[in-house]
Write a protein that binds this ligand. Structure first.
Ligand code: NAD
Length: 485
């Protein structure tokens, strides 16, 4: 199979269970589309409940041996996976672009980020610690050790099909857990590629299983009700996260939830405005705005609001929009027509309420799921566009007067994944680092994601952390043994 630039795309299109490709038991398959053209690029096996439970069989059978594999061996396998992903990076980037639509530079950046989770957790695999202390009463000893949780179900979104998979698989494997991954049905090919790469690295069959499924509700529900499954790690929308929290409650399954965002981006009058515009571009335009960390609400202090809007619009309008794999493309299409409709509807309604489009502002029509980079000024703090996760290349700007007002606006949603602050006053940056209600804060920085740091949200943006040492702990249970001697 070939994409627009005629780079061959390897397509593993069957389920991946116990180290082997397998069709769905009922023979179902579903098409995967290139969002730039709408053309079908592959037909992927569509797992049903029986297939998902076969994947649990494989993960359960592999679990004890994998948990008992020396941490150094697990670490070396993850190192090998890191090397393979780096070496095959170009091939993988083209595959990501083909099924997610993202511009090739974004896909290359994703591969680099995704691979780093293998390297980071290769280093963490040998650092799961415990402790032995004397009880305060002196009567016994307290031995604490960390044990792998067991079989984990991983559910990932379409927008970072490689990185969201490795951000879960790497810590799970480092901790000694085995996994069943259900990728988004828009982007299953990347997850299948990652599973094959891990086995090429030497990870034993059954440790990583992948079950693409269009009937995701039924399949994930069956997985969560299997008594051998001990954990769910989900990345996706808050809406689906809520459903899965309820499902997980039946068996009190351990959960990690990486959910939606609605990031505020604060620019104070004392900020370096050029740096703020560059940071805004990174925070807004990675993945054409379809990132959970995407800046969604721009609050700019009144004396610089107009100038910031003008400069941001100039930079946004100069970006090249096109098919992800075409030379020079900086902004690819959105994932599907529904995503374009949603953005178009939100922008249109804001314009109706009096917002001004400094650039973009209307869907150009035509083939492919493209939406133009858009900057909207004159947005009121209570405008409904600020309440929705846009998931597209649109920057609404609200002017504010005081720090207090900016903090109130920033904290005024149910989401709390990430916030950004640009200021020349480091004390203010640190102060807001505490006061902003989000799991992560970027101070004079438009990119916070780092495999070495704990990524995650508060409020309705999630539960738990991925990345950093904290990400390993999410796949370990603390076991306490009381010892007399
Ligand atoms: P989504 O919630 O629609 O889907 C996520 C995954 O859940 C997919 O695999 C999907 O097939 C599956 N799914 C959908 N309905 C289900 C159901 N009823 N039961 C079980 N599984 C179901 O999200 P999406 O559109 O793929 O991704 C975009 C969302 O993900 C955005 O809200 C974004 O903010 C969020 N996201 C969050 C992070 C983070 O780290 N916090 C990272 C990336 C994306």
């Amino acid at each position: 199979m070939h994409n627009a630039t005629t780079t061959p795309i390897p397509t593993h299109t069957d389920l991946h269970i116990a180290g082997r490709p397998a069709p769905a038991a009922d023979g179902s398959r579903f098409p995967v589309h290139d969002p730039a053209t709408g053309a079908a690029i592959a037909e992927v096996a569509d797992a049903g409940v029986d297939d998902a439970l076969r994947a649990v069989d494989a993960a359960y059978e592999a679990a004890d041996r994998w948990a008992a594999t020396p941490p150094r061996t697990r670490s070396e396998l993850l190192c090998k996976a890191f090397d393979l992903m780096k070496n095959q990076g170009e091939e993988l980037a083209h595959l990501i672009t083909a099924e997610s639509g993202k511009a090739l530079p974004d896909a290359r950046a994703e591969v680099a980020y995704a691979a780093e989770f293998f390297r980071w957790y290769a280093e963490e695999a040998v650092r799961a610690t415990g402790s032995l202390t004397t009880a305060p009463s002196g009567g016994h000893h307290i031995l604490v050790r960390h044990q792998p949780v067991g079989v984990c179900v991983l559910v990932t979104p379409w927008n970072f099909p490689a990185a969201m998979a490795t951000r879960k698989i790497a810590p799970a494997l480092a901790a000694g857990c085995t996994v069943v991954l259900k990728p988004a049905s828009d982007t299953p090919l990347t997850a299948l590629y990652v599973a094959t790469l891990l086995e090429e690295a030497g990870v034993p069959p059954g440790v990583v299983n992948v079950v693409p499924a269009r009937r995701s509700g039924t399949v994930v529900s069956a997985l969560l009700h299997d008594p051998r499954v001990r954990k769910l790690s989900f990345t996706g929308s808050t809406e689906v996260g809520r459903v899965l929290l309820r499902e997980a409650a039946d068996r009190v399954v351990n959960v990690s939830m990486e959910l939606g965002g609605n990031a505020p981006f604060l620019v104070f009058a004392d900020a370096d405005l050029d740096a703020a515009v560059e940071g805004a571009l990174v925070a807004k335009m990675r993945n054409a705005g379809a990132a959970c960390t995407a800046a969604n609400r721009f609050y700019v202090q009144a004396p610089v609001a107009e100038e910031f809007g003008r400069r941001l619009a100039a930079r946004m309008s100069a970006l090249t929009v096109g098919p992800g794999a075409a030379p020079g493309t900086e902004v690819g299409p959105l994932i599907n027509a529904a995503a374009v409709d949603k953005v178009d509807r939100l922008v249109w309604a804001a314009l109706e309420r009096g917002a001004k489009a400094l650039t973009g502002g209307a869907h150009s029509g035509g083939a492919g799921c493209f939406y133009p980079p858009t900057v909207l000024s004159d947005i009121r703090p209570d405008d409904p566009i600020l309440r929705e996760e846009l998931f597209g290349p649109v920057a609404p700007i609200v002017a504010f007067d005081s720090e207090e007002e900016a903090v109130d606006c920033a904290n005024s949603t149910d989401m709390g994944l990430v916030s950004y602050v640009y200021t020349g006053d480091l004390a203010r940056g640190l102060r807001l680092g505490e006061r902003l209600e989000s799991g992560m804060v970027g101070v004079n920085r438009g990119l916070v994601s780092d495999p070495a740091a704990p990524f995650g949200g508060i409020k309705q943006s999630g539960i738990g952390r991925e990345g950093g040492h904290e990400g390993l702990l999410d796949y370990l249970e603390a076991k306490y043994v009381a010892v007399d001697w």
